[in-house]
Design a protein. Sequence first.
Length: 231
Amino acid sequence: MNSKKPSALVVFSGGQDSTTCLYWARERFERVVALSFTYGQKHIDEVRLAEQLAREAGVEWHCIDLPFVGSLSSGCSLTDTSLTIEAEKPADAPPSTFVPGRNMFFLSIAAVFARERGIHDLVTGVGQTDFSGYPDCRDAFIKSLNVTLNLAMDDEFRIHTPLMWLDKAETWALADELGIYPIIRYRTLTCYNGIVGDGCGQCPACQLRRRGLEKYLAAKGMKDAKKQMQS
Ligand code: ZN
């Protein structure tokens, strides 16, 4: 018996988190659609990479251009080429990589796009465990937006956040369970400086990714060693 649900749309950037979510969705839904956005980000190549990864995963891919999202606010180092990215996030403000409203715009547009195609399950890779300072990655925001979308369109959307309560090490573990460790490790783009795989190693995204990877590999090494001792 096939227990898969009919269809889902994944908000997809080609990074570690959303790629893990893409394969998570593929295990649970018959039809998966990946939706990427351009919003004036510096590293526009990430969209080409997202397209490639989606095609290799055998899912339908679409891209919507939202240039205004990046231009509405100033001071974001992901969209403003004159700014560099700080290594540490400031204690009392969101980091310079915060794009105000980004997830709200993306998920709202994704819902309308999905609804047109008879899809009501939306998947996003946001999480609040390794809280990066982005308010729109938090569970309260996602739940609130889910209610708002249902009211806005008199419909029943379900926003899935498989990574909400996982830390980066657990996200690596999930990728391994899904059989996509090499894809996530070597093909995805998380680095704010636009370097695929292990990235630049310096930016906050690379540091978070690497710390999680080291923690995961250490735990896995211990498990494997124990198994060997028992056999
Ligand atoms: Zn980096």
